[in-house]
Design a protein around this ligand. Structure first.
Ligand code: NAD
Ligand code: TYD
Length: 336
């Protein structure tokens, strides 16, 4: 049996990762650690909370005692997802981003080091590389050039993680993935916000000219990439992960309008995001070559499946949009 500590396990990618691991890895036990901020929703783990291979712990990664107590239980692999993750929120104010993404990573690193954890996986983002022009791809050698307070906090954390490898020989790996989409994504990000707005008969706010490009990857492919890295990644290395699916925001918007039976009158062009990165695109040839990982989900199919998932889980996202989901932990565990 292997024991994983998964931080941010009640968020979008953490939830998908825990579900995949519990389903497909019978030899793995998971401690799911999450502070349940606005982005964490314990309902996401419904059906797993009584499963003997999963233990949920509510806690803050900045709280050294709380982190210490879970690591003292004997952890082989730390998979660190917990973060403030929304660029627009970081532009409104980035104190929480520095606290969680930078200081929280330091607390986790120190504790993982003290407990001689076998592998520490930092789940990072392609946004640390900054913005591309119309051509070219981010490789692992691309210099870090973060442009938003969010990506700056993630880049700071990445540098700290690499410094622990260099200084202490700590076994760490970093994954830098492109934009994820799929089930359980919080409806503040482009795809779930647009799907749910259209289902509610509302307009969708397209920033600027809508021609910004992201490289979309289905969350299940990202989770499989992290699992490959845990199995065979080389300590001290960075692995880019991407979906090979560059799309403009306009292309995605038009496709969603089509899938949801709406027309262009549902589009509202709004003021651009300050400092809006124009284009992200990942060269994922290193993880393909060295670890044999490749994305499996074709974007158009994955997007249609995601729309279907949001249609089938209307009460899930309506509870989020109304704020009701925040009471779920108290209902389950009888405390705040
Ligand atoms: P998310 O915002 O959906 O989830 C974050 C989770 O972390 C939430 O459950 C939240 O409660 C928890 N959390 C926040 N602060 C915490 C704290 N102090 N202590 C404990 N838990 C805390 O984010 P996501 O989209 O699932 O992203 C997960 C990770 O993957 C992040 O590190 C993000 O930078 C990275 N990433 C995301 C994407 C993407 O497209 N979403 C792409 C590449 C990398
Ligand atoms: P987002 O999902 O916030 O991811 P990121 O900024 O981390 O890439 O946004 C994806 C793209 O969609 C980005 O170019 C900004 C744009 N966008 C909109 O046009 N309208 C919106 O309401 C949101 C949330 C994003």
């Amino acid at each position: 049996m292997k024991n994983y500590l998964v931080t941010g396990a009640a968020g979008f990618i953490g939830t998908n990762f825990v579900r995949q691991v519990i389903e497909e890895c019978p030899d793995v036990r998971v401690v799911a650690f999450d502070q349940l901020t606005y982005a964490g929703n314990l309902e996401n783990l419904e059906g797993l909370l009584n499963q003997p291979r999963l233990q949920f712990v509510k806690g803050d990664i900045c709280d050294a005692k709380a982190v210490e107590s879970v690591l003292a239980g004997g952890i082989d692999v730390v998979v660190h997802f917990a973060a403030e993750s929304h660029v627009d929120r970081s532009i409104m104010g980035c104190q929480e981003f520095i606290r969680t993404n930078v200081a929280g990573t330091q607390v986790l690193l120190d504790s993982a080091r003290a407990h001689k954890v076998g592998l520490y996986v930092q789940v990072s983002t392609d946004e640390v590389y900054g913005s591309l022009g119309p051509t070219g791809l981010f490789t692992e050698q691309t210099p870090l050039h973060p442009n938003s307070p969010y990506s700056a906090s993630k880049a700071a954390a990445d540098l700290l993680v690499l410094s622990y490898h260099h200084t202490y020989g700590m076994p760490v790996v970093i994954t830098r993935c492109s934009n994820n989409y799929g089930p359980f994504q919080f409806p503040e990000k482009l795809i779930p916000l647009f799907i749910t707005n259209l289902m509610e008969g509302k307009k969708v706010p397209v920033y600027g000219d809508g021609m910004n490009v992201r490289d979309w990857i289905h969350v299940s492919d990202h989770c499989r990439a992290i699992r490959r890295v845990i199995e065979s990644g080389k300590p001290g290395e960075v692995y880019n992960v991407g979906g090979n699916s560059e799309r403009t925001n306009m292309t995605i918007t038009r496709r969603l309008l089509e899938l949801l039976g709406r027309d262009d009158s549902s589009i509202e062009y709004v003021r651009d995001r300050p400092g809006h990165d124009r284009r992200y695109a990942i060269d994922a040839s290193k993880i393909a070559r060295e670890l044999g990982w490749r994305p499996q989900v074709v974007f158009e199919q994955g997007l249609a499946d995601t729309v279907a998932w949001y249609r089938e889980h209307e009460s899930w996202w309506r509870r989020i949009k109304s704020g009701e989901y925040l009471a779920y932990y108290e209902k389950q565990y009888g405390r705040k």
